[in-house]
Design a protein around this ligand. Structure first.
Ligand SMILES: C[S@@+](CC[C@H](N)C(=O)[O-])C[C@H]1O[C@@H](n2cnc3c(N)ncnc32)[C@H](O)[C@@H]1O
Length: 257
């Protein structure tokens, strides 16, 4: 979801029509959630969980299946929260998941009220340092923060690739930069980290995205402006096919001090 924020409104309408229809809005998978959860040793059997930047809840439903706890799922994009509420109701999970519209920078949730904070591909929106402070305040002592973030896998990515990320995530660093940020914060001890495999980019994200773009091209077949936007949106998965070895997503698990 690496897009310039100054793009025209038509772009954003098409962008959200595409993204809100996907099972998830960024790379990730159930298998990665299992692996990250396994690093959270000693969690209560019914943990209080907060999913920050939950989107339409791809990983929220994995958390509901993989933990016994109550989950608050928060996102600032209201249509995603509305869609998530519909899915929660359809699955009869109202007793397990509460979908909340809000800003993770100021979530308005009680301090020290969660055992686990989860966030896939979202903390960077407020900056990792600030996110660490917010999350530490919301976690009970010894609680876990499990999050993914985009990272460069090499120190010298191609110039056009770096330019592609410049608008959305200019501060994107390498794994060692995030590790250093966690350690420097003094708030968390790093428990572990691992890279997301390539299938976590494709199975629930880029493959459905490309299929949806094909459907939308048919829907907008007579609308040149819409087709131009779809060409632009199709560039992200295409770029990943060509340049995927230069960047990736890393799962980090850290424990509150
Ligand atoms: C890349 S998407 C990831 C969504 C979901 N976690 C997933 O992996 O499918 C990032 C999400 O963060 C949300 N977001 C961005 N800034 C936010 C903020 N300040 N507070 C809450 N949510 C935010 C966006 O609306 C979007 O749903």
């Amino acid at each position: 979801m690496e897009k310039a924020t100054e793009a025209p409104p038509r772009f954003w309408r098409m962008f959200f029509e595409l993204y809100e229809s996907l099972p998830r809005q960024g790379p990730g998978s159930r298998a990665c959630a299992v692996r990250a959860l396994a690093l959270c040793t000693g969690l209560p059997t019914m943990p209080d969980v907060l999913d920050l930047g939950c989107g339409v809840g791809g990983q929220t439903f994995h958390l509901a299946e993989l933990t016994g706890g109550l989950i608050a799922a928060l996102d600032r994009h209201v249509p995603s929260i509305e869609r998530l509420r519909g899915l929660i109701a359809a699955l009869g999970l109202e007793g397990r998941i509460r979908a909340v519209a809000g800003d993770m920078a100021e979530p308005g949730l009680p301090p020290a009220s969660f055992d686990l904070i989860w966030s896939e591909g979202a903390l960077y929106n407020i900056g990792i340092e600030r996110a660490l402070r917010v999350c530490h305040g919301l976690l009970r002592p010894g609680g876990y923060l499990a999050f993914t973030d985009a990272v460069w896998r090499t120190g010298d990515p191609p110039v056009d690739l770096r330019a592609g990320f410049e608008a959305d995530y200019p501060a994107m660093g390498r794994v060692q930069d995030i590790v250093a940020t966690i350690e420097r914060s003094g708030l968390f001890s790093l428990t572990g980290h691992f890279p997301l495999p390539d299938e976590a980019w494709w199975d629930d994200y880029y493959t459905p995205m490309e299929a949806r773009i094909v459907e939308m091209r048919e829907k907008y077949a007579n609308d040149g402006e819409a087709l131009a936007v779809l060409d632009e949106l199709a560039r992200e998965p295409a770029m990943h096919r060509v340049y995927g070895e230069y960047y990736g997503y890393e799962f980090f698990v850290a424990r509150a001090r």
